[in-house]
Every structure is written in C-alpha cells, then in structure tokens.
Design a protein around this ligand. Structure first.
Ligand SMILES: CC(C)(COP(=O)(O)OP(=O)(O)OC[C@H]1O[C@@H](n2cnc3c(N)ncnc32)[C@H](O)[C@@H]1OP(=O)(O)O)[C@@H](O)C(=O)NCCC(=O)NCCS
Ligand SMILES: CC(=O)OP(=O)(O)O
Length: 330
C-alpha cells in the first residue's frame, strides 16, 4: 500500500477542506477521527450537530477538530439558493425549491464546493450512487471537454504479477448503465488519464468484451470494437486495444494466442468494461473473492472532486477516498 501512503502524504501537504455530507454516520465519524489525527485534510461534517455529537460519543470518535454545519439552519442558505436558481434558471428552479433542496446534505455539499467553501466531497456510505451523483451533475457539472462522468476503481491485488505492480484500474464501475460507443471511448480515455494521474502508471488499456478481435459476432462486440477505434482517434498516443476478453487482457500466453502483436494484450493495467453491469459486478467479484482492496469509485470528469463510496465501505475506505479527493483538488 505504498501508493496509498504517498497519496495520504501528498494530501497532508495540500491541507484541503473536504465535506462529508453523511456526518451522522458512524463509519464517517470514525474516519473523521483518523483523518484529523493523521492531518490528511480539514473536515466539514454535515448534519444535525446534536445527533453528530451523540453518534461520535457512542462510537468513541474524536471529531472536535471538524467543522459541523447543519444544512437546515446554516447562514449560507440564501447565498447558495441564489446560486442554484442562477445555475438552473433554464430548468425553471425556483428559490423556494432551491431552499427546500438545500435541506438535503447531498445538495448542500456540492453547493459548498461550487461556492468555494470546500475543495471536495465524499458521500455514499449510506446513500445510493444515483442520489450522490444527481446534485453533483446538476450544480457542479462536468469539466470542460467532458460529456460523460464515469467511476474508476483502483484495485490493489494480492498477486503483484498483474497490472502495475499489482494495481489495476477498472472503469466504469459506477455511473453509466449502458454507454454507447462514443461514451465508452470517452470513458477509456479519461480512465487512462486517471490511472496515470493517481497511480502514476503508463496506461495499457484493454477494452473488454466476451470476444477477442472478432472471435464472436454480435452488436455488443461491434460496440466495443467501434469504441476502441474512436478512443484511438481521440488519443492517438494511448496504448489501447480491443475488443478483447479478460484472459487475453491479463494473461501473457492467452494474449499472444488470441491477440498476437497487441501492445496491450497480456499486460493490461486498465480494464474498461463494456457496460455498468459488467463493471460493477466485476469489481465486486475481484474485491470479495480475490481479496483485492478496492479504492473508489473515483469520479472522472467532474468539474470539481466529488467522489462516491460503496455502501459496503469500511472506515479505511473512507480515509483513503478523502486522501484521493484532496489530491484531485489541486
Ligand atoms: C448517473 C445517474 C444518477 C443519472 O441519473 P438520472 O436520474 O437518469 O438523471 P438524468 O438522466 O435525468 O440526469 C440528471 C442530470 O445529470 C446529467 N448526467 C446524467 N448522467 C451523466 C453522466 N454520466 N455524466 C455527466 N452528466 C450526467 C444529465 O445530463 C442531467 O443534467 P441536467 O439535469 O442538467 O440536464 C443514473 O444514470 C444512475 O443512477 N446510474 C447508476 C448509478 C448506480 O447505481 N451505480 C451502481 C453503484 S456504484
Ligand atoms: C460503488 C457501488 O457499487 O456502490 P454501492 O455498493 O453503494 O451500490
């Protein structure tokens, strides 16, 4: 876990402010205790201050160094509501509706970021991904040039012979249920960038399918082959190949047999799944059956760092994701 230690060390230097909308939740409170003790970031907890204090005491979490804000009574409500109405004026959002929405910490958190009152957000320990993402999409939006936000996982494997010294990056495991070829190509290019920025790897991207280089004929296969072509034209310098099966992507001998001459087959370190069903099931299989540590989903393409968690996350997952979010806020 040398890489995670480096990420935490860098976060300490950056000293960013990260807002945690699920401030009343026990794993979040325990993580806050660790983050503050280790100096990884400044933390803002959202929720009812009485409930937060009560839950923290119950689980023995020391959170005195965190700022606690109640979205229902905060002095920033009027300012944020004005901003929300302006951002959503074409959608006809009224001030009354904005104020009502701000009662929800999952809306208040992104508005803190939009207003420059926080650098990043992590949520999803008790909320479904869609509920975390929707307000982020509506008010923080995507970074310039990106139309599709997707979610990547850093998979830390026990077997160091795979990927980049045992680290593989998987996407999309969190956001786009059924990407078309253009969207899949964009996911591949942004995931390669994430792999390089966070893991420091030279990305070798495998576009996964149940077919390798035309071994099966099906519309689902053609979609991945087309996405590979599009991604190559979007990023000609990128090492990317497909469509290919998982064994061809990861195992040298199988790669040589099924995709001879490929610069990715047998040595892939970035796996792009054809759709969210495969991506979400795939990462959980590797996490739960192979015992890999799954860090993510890191959302790629947001205009500011807002990241999700799995509801199955541990305290250390939250700590890791806060450190990653702080690093993204550069
Ligand atoms: C991402 C998701 C929440 C979009 O939700 P939705 O209810 O369909 O919302 P809509 O399609 O109405 O989109 C809402 C807004 O988000 C934007 N949006 C949706 N998907 C987006 C994406 N991948 N990237 C960028 N923006 C996106 C839309 O353009 C829209 O913006 P607008 O309101 O300004 O026009 C939905 O696709 C989803 O639930 N995905 C699966 C999440 C999940 O359960 N993952 C598994 C566990 S990690
Ligand atoms: C990322 C993910 O799968 O989240 P959850 O387990 O909360 O649905």
């Amino acid at each position: 876990m040398e890489l995670l230690n480096q990420i935490k060390e860098q976060a300490r230097k950056l000293n960013r402010t990260i807002v945690l909308p699920e401030g009343e939740e026990i794993r979040t409170l325990k993580a806050t205790d660790i983050i503050l003790k280790e100096g990884i970031a400044k933390i803002v907890l959202l929720g009812d201050p009485g409930k937060i204090a009560h839950e923290a005491e119950k689980c023995g979490a020391k959170i005195e160094g965190a700022e606690v804000i109640n979205p229902k009574t905060s002095g920033k409500r009027d300012t944020y509501a004005d901003m929300m109405v302006e951002i959503r004026k074409k959608k006809g959002l009224t001030r009354e509706e904005a104020l009502e929405m701000l009662n929800d910490p999952l809306v208040y958190g992104p508005m803190m970021i939009k207003a420059g009152d926080a650098d990043g957000e992590i949520a999803g320990a008790i909320n479904a991904t869609g509920d975390v993402l929707r307000p982020a999409f509506q008010f923080v939006k995507t970074m310039p040039g990106v139309s599709v936000v997707s979610g990547a996982f850093m998979m830390f494997l026990k077997d160091k012979s795979f990927g980049h010294d045992g680290v593989l990056v998987f996407a999309d495991c969190a956001v786009m249920p059924d990407p078309d070829a253009q969207q899949l190509a964009e996911i591949a290019v942004t995931t390669a960038k994430t792999a390089n920025a966070i893991v420091g790897m030279d990305p070798k991207v495998a576009m996964l399918s149940f077919s390798t280089k035309g071994s099966a004929k099906h519309d689902l296969v053609y979609k991945v082959a087309q996405a590979t072509k599009l991604a190559k034209s979007m990023a000609p310098e990128l090492k990317i190949d497909g469509e290919m099966q998982l064994d061809a992507a990861l195992v040298k001998e199988v790669g040589e047999l099924k995709a001879p001459g490929s610069e990715v087959a047998g040595q892939a370190n970035v796996l792009v799944f054809p759709g969210l069903e495969a991506g979400n099931i795939g990462y959980k299989l590797v996490q739960r059956l192979a015992g890999a540590e799954a860090v993510g989903p890191v959302l790629q393409g947001m205009a500011a760092p807002i990241n999700d968690l799995s509801r199955g996350c541990s305290v250390s997952d939250i700590v890791n994701m806060v450190a990653i979010t702080a690093n993204q806020a550069q």
